[in-house]
Structure formats: structure tokens, C-alpha cells
Design a protein around this ligand. Sequence first.
Ligand code: FE2
Ligand code: FE2
Length: 242
Amino acid sequence: MQAKVTEIARDTYRISTFHPDYGMQFNQFLIKDDEPFLMHTGFKGMFQATLEGVTSIIDAANLRWIGFSHFESDECGALNQWLGVAPRAQALCSFVGAMVSVSDFADRAPRPLADGEVLQTGRRRLRFLSTPHVPHCWDAGLFFDETEQTLLCSDLFFQPGDPEPVIESEIVERARDAIKGSLTGPMAKDMPYTPYTGSTLHRLAALQPRSLAVMHGSSFRGDGGEAILELATVIKDLLSKP
Ligand SMILES: [Fe+2]
Ligand SMILES: [Fe+2]
């Protein structure tokens, strides 16, 4: 496996590895700043490919922060390998994530973030948003780069296959097709519809992102707020009823 690196916003790099067994991309995002920040580690088995991608941008030993949305292997499976190559690196996750999984799993203590807490990495301000069960899991959270207005949106806007790095239209249509395609089958029911799903998505839309950094599929450049509102309608239509 080899990672493809694309700068999707200023100093924001998409490190994309297509996994043929899953038939989808696993995209990590590196924000290059005084304190470099990596969103998702990828699987343990993907570490070498991701490391090569990161090393093409920065000295991996200087990585400072490792953020992710929720405790799953594609989000943080390679965390300890990263902590091994980057001596100052530390995981960032929700309070629930730290208490339930990461404090025990990680070789170095994580830094739990409160809802709305801001992390200054140098020039960039990253705001953490606690988003329980969006996209899924109790511990879920997302990061918003307020400086470049990029929402690192984990599994939201999931698209299968190996599409292009960035698109400027059709993101909602693709996400709708993917959700429809995942309503049945062994991997169905990945996203619960809870009493908080709609308000959480509206809160994300109000951030008015200019870019959406998508973990599986193409990233999006354009009116991210509008795209999230449209996605909220799709999710309600397709997932709120049995
Ligand atoms: Fe996930
Ligand atoms: Fe994922």
C-alpha cells in the first residue's frame, strides 16, 4: 500500500491510502504548523504507508498532536506506533474517549479535551467539538480548524471506492448514495439516529466550513455549512425510521 499526498487547504495535507480489501480509502490529515497535528492514525497495518506520507511533509519525529474522532482501529489503531516515532506526540480525544479507552490503550497519557476547547498549534486554532454518536460511538468528537475553516469530519460524508482527492460539488449526492447502500448487509447500522443528531449537525453547519476533510472519500471545497445542512436532511430521511 502506498499513500497519496494532496494539499487540500493551506498547509493541510490529505494522506490517502486505498485499501483493496475494504474497497475504500483511509485518509489521514496532517496540519503543518509549529506543533504539527495529525487527524487519525490509520490502521496499525497501514502505519508504514502513512509514515512515508507524513515524512514527505515534515520530520515525523516532530509530530506533536494526534487527534481522532472515536476509538476504532482506522481512527487510532496505529497510535502507539506514532507515539514511538514522535517522542513529544500526545493523543487528543474527548473526555469519554480518554476515560473509556485511550488512557488504558495509549503508551503515553492522552490529553482529554472539553467540548469547545481550543488548541493553538502555532498559527492555527483548532476547536474540539464533542459530538456523541455523530458519526458514531459515545466518545465521538470532531476538530474544526478555525484559521483555515476546515472541518475534520471523520466518517461523515463517507464515500466508497478510490475517488479524487478534492471535489467542489456532488458531495451530498455521493454521501446519500453511500448511506442508501449501507442500509442493509453486514456493516449496516453504523450511524445511530439519536435525539441529538439533528442539533449536532446543525451546530457543525453553523461553523461555516470552507473545506470538509473526509476520512473515506473525496474532500470537499465550497459551502460546507450548506452541505452539512443537506446531509442532516438526508440522514434524517434515511436513518431516523426503522
Ligand atoms: Fe468510525
Ligand atoms: Fe473511519
